[in-house]
Design a protein around this ligand. Sequence first.
Ligand code: MLT
Length: 236
Amino acid sequence: MQVQVISSVNEASSARFHHKTAIIIDVLRATSTIITAIAAGALCVIPAETVMEARALQRPGDLLGGERFCRKIAGFDLGNSPDEYTEQVVAGRRVVLTTTNGTRAIHKAMRADHVLTASILNAEACARTAIELRRDVVILCAGSHDEFAIEDGLCAGLVLDKLHTISGVGLEMDDFGTAMLALYRHRSTLIRETITNGMTGKRLLKLGMKRDIEACSSVDIYQVVPRLNGDLLMRA
Ligand code: MLT
């Protein structure tokens, strides 16, 4: 299996996803929130690129969620904190979600044969699903402020480690993938510290969102793998 890792959404062109399985990672916080919502029983998450598009996609009964500048958007039901997406709130509901980088990254990858969303919370389940899909893989780290974000690279390394263990064969990785696997193996016992000390982690801390970092840092607590089905992210 060949695996490429893209460092941020700005580095991604649609052509790179042809005939591939795309794995989108935005640990802080979009893909962690999507996974939490689906695990809590949301029917689906609909990723929207803009606030206007999100409002247009909303049907009666749908929840609107997302952030700009890390804050809940005026008039929306929910922000981008995983803890807001509880069973009580989202079970049986569709969620339309727009975030600065994460939902944009999902749209970038739409030409892939399969689009999966991963975070620290479901890395092993995501790796297993990717192997079952029998395509080469492109991992897209969404990043933050148009730049690479260490928490996404750490998660890419975790997914690579799981792909390697589960498939039992060597992966053909690009150099960035090799670097992210080394990063993960070097920091595997310090996941939360690494996330907290990154630029995005520090930004969230300043905004009083320490709890969100905790909610995004637990390894493999979920088995769900949200997968794009048309325009909707649903349980794989
Ligand atoms: C994003 O999509 O840019 C992030 O999820 C931003 C955030 O942490 O809210």
